[in-house]
Design a protein around this ligand. Structure first.
Ligand code: FA5
Length: 354
């Protein structure tokens, strides 16, 4: 019987060597160790054996049972490991991909042209001692209009078509919410949080419910600037305007300053740039007039200073609201503002800086 057990084990070892999947291995195990398996059959026949024989065969049968159990476990682990390795090889993440693609000159990352220009302007103003502020996109009527000297019935409200949030529970006008139509809202936050003298810029996204064309978007970007102190004059304003344009374009650009109406400044100006897309000949960007409105500005209205908690008898200041996307268009010769938010990599990748 001992020989029978040895030969069963040998037979089992030969069979398991050729197997490659879990189910076959488990079947083989029950063929040998199952209730009606070969080893169990041998053990059943022990009832006819002598005590001496039992003492020899019992431990041997247990030893072989253990060998078979271990052998099955080892084989199953081996197959599982092989499967995992195969999976890992197939699903391998190629961490060299970025470099490969970059060297292929197609889709490497980079900054959006607006980010590039915005950062340049921020550096220029930081070097002149300005702070950089941020403001909320969702505003109340007070910060977008009232505090900027645009009361409820003022026709200037129509200058900027507004996206309103309709909240039937809000009765008080000042608490009505909207998507800010200009970055001038940050003038109000800035004044409320500071004591003069101060100067800051505030770049950011603004929203207007208007038809888009080559120079108009519904979601676009402005860069507000404000300086408040004693004896600030129009010549300070013009100095800073000229400085931005000189530093950004790094060449002479033709501009014109003309009177402009904004309720929050007095006097107010429109600074137009000669269209760099058509060199002033007329195109869809400048609407055939050769000039593009770029940088409205003026001396802060006393009512605005008052709303910001500043004494207009003692202090005055200037403010401007640069059209950031239009500046980017002029700088890079982009003939349609809608390219800027297209998300088109063929467009964006032209401005890569690394
Ligand atoms: C204003 O928004 C004023 N808050 C600017 C200001 C600030 C004036 C401080 C005086 C003092 P305006 O609506 O003109 O003004 O917009 C400012 C600039 O944003 C424009 O000159 C133009 O360059 C840009 N702009 C206006 N509308 C759009 C638009 N739909 N798409 C892209 N750029 C626009």
């Amino acid at each position: 019987m001992i020989e029978k057990l040895d030969s069963l084990y040998k037979e089992f070892e030969e069979k398991i060597t050729g197997l490659g999947n879990q189910a076959d291995i488990l079947n083989l195990k029950s063929e040998y160790l199952g209730k009606k398996g070969h080893i169990s059959e041998v053990l059943k026949s022990l009832k006819n054996a002598t005590n001496e024989e039992r003492k020899l065969i019992g431990p041997k049968a247990n030893e072989i049972k253990n060998e078979i159990t271990n052998s099955v476990a080892k084989k199953l682990t081996f197959i599982e490991t092989e499967e995992i390795n195969k999976k890992l090889a197939n699903e391998k993440i190629d961490i060299t991909l970025t470099d490969a693609v970059r060297s292929n000159n197609n889709y490497s990352g980079g900054f959006h042209p607006r980010t590039l220009i915005q950062r340049e302007i921020e550096d220029i103003f930081l070097s002149m001692g300005f702070d950089i502020l941020d403001g909320p996109h969702i505003e109340d009527e007070f910060h977008n209009f009232e505090a900027l000297n645009i009361p409820g019935d003022h026709p200037a409200r129509d200058m900027q078509d507004t996206f309103w949030f309709h909240d039937p529970n809000v009765e008080c006008d000042e608490k009505k919410h909207l998507l800010r139509t200009h970055t001038s809202t940050v003038q109000v936050h800035g004044m409320q949080a500071r004591k003069p003298p101060f100067k800051f810029i505030a770049p950011g996204t603004v929203f207007r419910c208007e038809r888009t064309d080559a120079s108009h978007e519904m979601v676009f970007n402005q860069l507000e600037g404000m300086m408040v102190g004693e004896n600030i004059s129009v010549s300070h304003l013009i100095y800073f305007m000229k400085t931005i344009l000189k530093e950004i374009f790094k060449k002479e650009v033709e501009v014109r300053l003309r009177p402009g109406f904004f309720p929050f400044v007095e006097p107010g100006f429109e600074l137009d740039i000669k269209c760099l897309i058509c060199s002033g000949k007329g195109c869809s960007v400048c609407k055939q007039v050769g000039w593009l409105e770029l940088l409205p500005c003026g001396m802060v209205h006393p009512n605005v200073l008052k709303a910001g908690g500043i004494d207009p008898e003692k202090y005055n200041g200037f403010a401007f609201g640069l059209g950031l996307d239009r500046l980017v268009m002029m700088k890079y010769g982009i003939d349609d503002i809608r390219h800027l938010q297209s998300g088109d990599l063929r467009f964006n990748s032209q401005f890569r800086t690394f």
